[in-house]
Design a protein around this ligand. Structure first.
Ligand code: FAD
Length: 278
């Protein structure tokens, strides 16, 4: 089985210790020769400086760095300035998102949906950036219907996005069906599965409820049964996620994108089991 390219996602660390730990994790993950490292961006610009710092570090280490950029709460002026900064730094790839308005932030700003951001990036910077957008195999929580969500996904591709990274999921069928259905709508861009290794069940369950990613009942029940036994949860999670990746690779996934949560161990373990070697 030939192994597809991989990439890793981080969030911008909040403390000097967090930054040190992330540098160490990145060094270990870099040994697996990922295509790029990406770094998230707090909606409304809340992490703008820390995202920029993290991207600068990754770029200076000689890796391809892909900043996320979410437009909700932003202005054209502010986003244009950030795009110019990235362009001048030599950044070539961007993950373009709408984001979710942080509670307490009143104004949506000048962009309502990610397709508007993609159009804006193309208008401002031409073909300079490879633009990634988000895709939701189990559908976005605010979507009116599955079909509308897929049509909205297509808008982002038509606006000029090159490829997509999915929300994480644990049901491979949802991904394959999403790919098939959007292909029928005329989308040809690669759709890369987002992979969430399982490190802590309670945190994952909370997050999954809000972002609309389903943890199948058999997985929930198994992990709930382990209670505070973190080792058993992690061992189960590594088996389940490795099997998921095997199915995705066998079914033709064009690449795998790992949500690392700034930790290297779980991603490295799964990738080693799949046959990726440093
Ligand atoms: P959109 O594509 O704009 O879709 C949002 C909703 O609006 C969907 O329900 C869609 O069906 C609907 N919609 C879209 N376009 C239209 C339209 N033109 N008219 C009417 N309805 C429409 N969030 C962050 O804040 N920072 C990050 O760094 C970040 N990184 C992410 C990375 C990945 C790979 C993924 C999958 C998600 C990430 N998110 C991030 C979360 C994301 O911002 C949220 O899921 C957000 O709610 C939707 O963003 P989007 O870009 O998918 O929005």
């Amino acid at each position: 089985m030939s192994l597809p390219p991989i990439s890793f996602e981080f969030f911008p660390p909040q403390t000097p210790e967090g930054a040190e730990k992330l540098t160490a994790a990145r060094k270990r993950l870099a040994a697996l020769k990922p295509e790029f490292f990406s770094c998230t961006f707090g909606a409304g610009g809340s992490t703008q400086d820390r995202t920029l710092d993290t991207i600068q570090l990754i770029h200076a280490e000689g890796h391809q760095a892909a900043p996320h950029l979410s437009c909700v709460g932003g202005t054209r002026e502010n986003i244009s300035a950030l795009l110019n900064t990235y362009k001048e730094m030599g950044i070539k790839r961007i993950v373009a998102l709408r984001g979710d308005l942080p509670s307490g932030m009143a104004s949506i700003g000048e962009f309502h949906y990610a397709n508007e951001l993609v159009s804006f990036i193309r208008a401002q910077t031409g073909e300079h950036f490879h633009i990634e957008v988000a895709a939701y195999p189990e559908f976005h929580p605010q979507a009116n219907s599955a079909r509308e969500d897929m049509l909205n996904f297509k808008r982002k591709i038509n606006a000029g996005a090159n490829s997509a990274i999915t929300q994480y999921f644990y049901n491979a069928d949802a991904y394959f069906r999403f790919v098939d259905e959007t292909r029928k709508l005329g989308v040809t861009a690669p759709i890369v599965p987002g992979i969430m290794p399982i490190v802590r069940y309670s945190q994952l369950a909370r997050f999954s409820d809000t972002c609309g990613a389903e943890i199948p009942r058999w997985m929930r029940k198994t992990m709930e049964g382990y209670g505070d036994d973190v080792e058993s949860v992690q061992a189960f999670g590594r088996d389940a996620v490795t099997q998921l990746c095997e199915k995705l690779i066998a079914g033709g996934a064009p690449a795998l994108h790992f949500y690392t949560l700034n930790q290297a161990n779980a991603s490295i373990d799964i990738l080693n089991r799949l046959g990726y070697r440093a």
